[in-house]
Design a binder for this molecule. Sequence first.
Ligand code: ATP
Length: 233
Amino acid sequence: MLKVSDLRVSYGPIEVIHGISLEVNEGECVALIGANGAGKSSTLKAICGLVPAKAGTITFEGQDITNQSGHKIVRAGITMCPEGRQVFPQMSTVQNLAMGAYARTDGEQASDLEEMMDMFPILRERASQAAGTLSGGEQEMLAIARALMARPRLCIFDEPSLGLAPKIVAEVGETIDRIKKMGKTILLVEQNSLMALRLADRAYLFEAGEIVLSGTGKELQSHPEVVKAYLGH
Ligand code: ATP
């Protein structure tokens, strides 16, 4: 479904992604794990058209999306739920959800809004509240629901558990699992490596802008290098 081949990304003169290749197949949950600064977010941003690919190609459902504009990539069916949630703080919960569907023209947004409120009852309770006044966990649920409002075929999550209390992290994990069971295809970047590997069908380990290891979530959970460096047991 998504194929990244020999991708290179630079910020100014500094190359931070050194020719990585990865694939996400339809219906899979794929995780990118690795230390801070290893290049996971930059990879996601290049896929979403938020930073340029200096070299390499990115195809989605057979279509070349390399260096396309962000809105074209959303129209192609890819939506990112960004790091730090980035809800529109002055807008209400419902308005934020409606923003998620901005690129759609099918007229079914109202029923999807109801579906999201059923899926996340807390968002119904907070419907008219300014999003900036929601708790961190509620904002994460809103950011996830807003991403789903685009009806993406590929959902990208960048650090969904960042800065949340352990109980809320578990809720976020359960939510992603539910989305996976809905049949959505997921690409996930997560500092919480154990959670990521439990959720993922397959995963790639990033180190210093390269992919150094890949395998099933189960395989990587018991890989000595991953256990030593990222799972801490
Ligand atoms: P994190 O979990 O901290 O986001 P990451 O694995 O996602 O880490 P990236 O954020 O992709 O890593 O960062 C890869 C490298 O690119 C790092 O060395 C980082 O300092 C650098 N970098 C990221 N964004 C920028 C930017 N806007 N300008 C310059 N350098 C950047």
